[in-house]
Structures are given as C-alpha cells and as structure tokens.
Design a protein around this ligand. Sequence first.
Ligand SMILES: *[C@@H]1O[C@H](CO)[C@@H](O)[C@H](O)[C@H]1NC(C)=O
Ligand SMILES: *[C@@H]1O[C@H](CO)[C@@H](O)[C@H](O)[C@H]1NC(C)=O
Length: 214
Amino acid sequence: MYTPFLLLIILVIFTTFSYSSYAADFCVADLTAQRTPYGYPCKNSSSVTSTDFVFSRFVTQGNTTNPNKLSLVRAFVDDFPALNGLNLAAVRVDMEPDGVVPLHSHPSSSEMVFVVEGSVTVGFISGLDSNIMYANKLSKGQVMVIPQGFLHFQHNSGSSNAVLFVSFASSDPGVQFVTSALFRNRFPSFLVEKTTGISQAEVRQLKARLGGTG
Ligand SMILES: *[C@@H]1O[C@H](CO)[C@@H](O)[C@H](O)[C@H]1NC(C)=O
Ligand SMILES: *[C@@H]1O[C@H](CO)[C@@H](O)[C@H](O)[C@H]1NC(C)=O
C-alpha cells in the first residue's frame, strides 16, 4: 500500500520542481511594456542574445566628486533587464576616504555587502523598538548582511578609496534615504519638527543644504 502512495508523492514533487524549473527559465524584461507588480512581461525570447545577460556598468569607477564622496551604480531590473523575475540585484559603490552612503533602507530586500577594496564601516539599526546598532569595520574581502527593511549605512573609515559590491535578493529592492525623506522635499518644516523633534530652524538649515522647501 505504501509504495504507490510514495511513488505518487515523488511524482508530484518531481513534476512540481521540473515544471517550476522550466517556468522560471528566464524572462528578460521588455522595458517598453507596462510594469506589473510581478515584474515586466518577457522580451520575445527569439530576440534574446548572450549580451542580454551581461551588465558592464560596473567596469569603471563612478564619479565620487560630490558632498558624500560617493558613487552608486545600480543594477536593478530597470538598469539590467535580464534580472526580471530572478530576485537578484546589485550595486557597485565607490567611496573616497570619509565617503558615506547615508542612512537608508530597502523595503523589499535584505542586502549583502562585500568589501572589494578598502576598509568600510557598515551598520544597521534593529527594529521592533529595540533600536540596537549593529556595526562593524570591515576590511577587504569581508561580507556583512543587512536584514530586510532595516536602516543602515556604509562609511569609508579607511585612508584609501573603497569599493563595495552590494547584492540583493530582489530585482527591485527599492530604497529610501532618511535625510532625503525629511529634508529634500516639500515636507512642511513645522511637520518635520512635530514628527522628529528637530527644531524648525535646524530643519530649514538642513533643507537649504539638501534642496528641500517648505
Ligand atoms: C517572437 O518573434 C518571432 C520571430 O520574430 C515571431 O515569429 C513570434 O511571433 C514572436 N512571438 C511573439 C509572442 O511575439
Ligand atoms: C564628476 O562630477 C563633478 C560634479 O558633478 C563634475 O564637475 C566632474 O566633471 C565629474 N568628473 C568626471 C570625470 O566626469
């Protein structure tokens, strides 16, 4: 009695996996089409070529001549259509000494940070009211993970340029920077004061520096 039942289970598992492996084959995004909550429709596979699976914008160092001494080159689905449906994305980060990726979060993905060059302090702040800071000074070759959604930062705490390869478990991790959300938009200054406790004078000063109004 056992054997047919077991066989049935094995058959079901096998067909499920083999089906999903075909179903998940690939789906290079057709960026001209409308995006859906599940990603983009597939580009006609007869027009997909080898080079669709290659991303070359990480080859050269980005421009770090800016107040954060930072360059971010994104490979999200909109930048690299082959990521569509693969639950993968990456960013190349270049930072001069004292360069910083300001406090931010990715609503849709955890993150893995790999130090390619330099020495970088990476930290995140836990949620659920505990607000514990978990930070490490990483050196070349080390990796740190940031759990999904938590506020985090990267700072080049070394004396040479730093390069990070950051990977995500989503082809569209999303991003929100805290200072931009507060001081780089039209969020009325009196409400910024009410909701953060930072005085309106300081809020206006930060808005002037970061390009906010109101
Ligand atoms: C994909 O392209 C081929 C060759 O150009 C064409 O024959 C086929 O109809 C296309 N399929 C779809 C779904 O557009
Ligand atoms: C880097 O960016 C700065 C500021 O936008 C600009 O002045 C400079 O020309 C850029 N350098 C290169 C090599 O593109």
